[in-house]
Design a protein around this ligand. Sequence first.
Ligand SMILES: Cc1ncc(COP(=O)(O)O)c(C=O)c1O
Length: 462
Amino acid sequence: MINDFSRNGSSSALSWHEPQSEAAVMAEVSDQLKRNISLAVPRSDDTTVKGKKIISFPFQDPLPFATRVLAKAFQTNANNIGTRLHNADGSEGGFEGSQELERRLLSMIAEILGAKSEEVDGFMTLGATASNLDGMQIGREKGRTPDKQCKNTTAIFGSFLTHYSIDRAAKTLNIAPNFDDTENDDGTGYYKLGTDGRGRVLVEQIEEKIERIAAEHPIVTHFIVVGNAGTTMLGSVDDIPQIDALITKLKARFPEKHFHFHVDAAFGAFVAPFLRDVPDIGFRNKNVGTVGVDIYKTLPGHVGSGALFVRRDLANVTRSSSEYVPIGGSISSVGSKPGAMAVACYAILRLLGKKGLQENAQRLMSIASFARDQLSELNLHLFPNDLPIIGVSGRFPVELLDYYIVHESTFPLNGRQPLREDSGFAHIWNVVAMPHIEKNILHLTADYRWVLHGRNSLWNID
Ligand SMILES: Cc1ncc(COP(=O)(O)O)c(C=O)c1O
């Protein structure tokens, strides 16, 4: 080891004044990387972090082919700054190859989202958090004339299951400056509405709230509705066509107001469009203005790849220009971004084709139904799932926390659905149905029985 930097040590212990040899640096890096979990390698049964069984990760090991493409593309380390679907000449010069592949990738995803390439613009982001931020900014800015006082005149509507990145965006954009109480007295802010028992936002609540705010608070001129496709904890998909119809109605009723409909398809973009029972989440809904996606969650790609799609007429709302991003400027809050990631994502979609995407979606759904079958034998309350995420009501057993990596969430009730418990809080943990969980679910159900009935664990399922 090059220093006594402990495995969990803080960087303050690191002595790094002297240059190190490549071998020494590689040894240190390799040592640390051994601590990372590879989802593809079967879990061992020890109880170190590495041996914990994964239940709730919304991503999977990248295809080795995609990693090879990524490594190859990184050799030229292209910068795709400013690259978007419709600015063939507008990116940093010198990296035309990776920029062209980003445009091809975006046009394939646009098609999955129900748009013809010419109807939408789009750009890659580092993930759906960034896509959601840009979607909220477009909703806040559209139709706005420059206002030197920068007053907040925007209200956002989502459900209490909406991802926290919308909270962050609302705070960053000064729409809801307070994380704890997001509704402002003047009608602006972020309204987290209730859902039905499946976790789909109650569309009548969106209507009531917007009608009331529009009537009582003339200061609110911009209304952004966030549709979930699907929610992080339950995989529930809001009724996007019904919300779309509502927005048509509201636009007619309040023609002086601006309405923006953003769909957060971080999890659902590559699954929902291939499932017969899930209504359309994309641009066939004519009021949908922006759709944020993650490319790595349900596809075997690399963390750090997402995109935002924008209707053409909104694409320039957030445009900024600079001398070195020549034509058209950038419409994204991400500046420099790795062209290599675009290339690797493109390679995955080309390798799979639309047929492979369809098969992937069906495979994940069948893993979800396998997990449901196993879990339902434990008499747990399982939420119905639109996408391959199964929400389980209650707390994950403390006895098993050392053995599993599980995401849990607590929701304050405040009269909201979908779950009521005496404590005033709803507890939910979830199973994200990915290829690596099939065996882990068998372990989990065996262990759960042991917790319930004191029976022996069946750790030897292999
Ligand atoms: C619904 C939803 N939106 C947004 C995000 C944020 O995605 P990322 O972590 O890629 O920024 C997530 C992440 O889990 C999510 O589930």
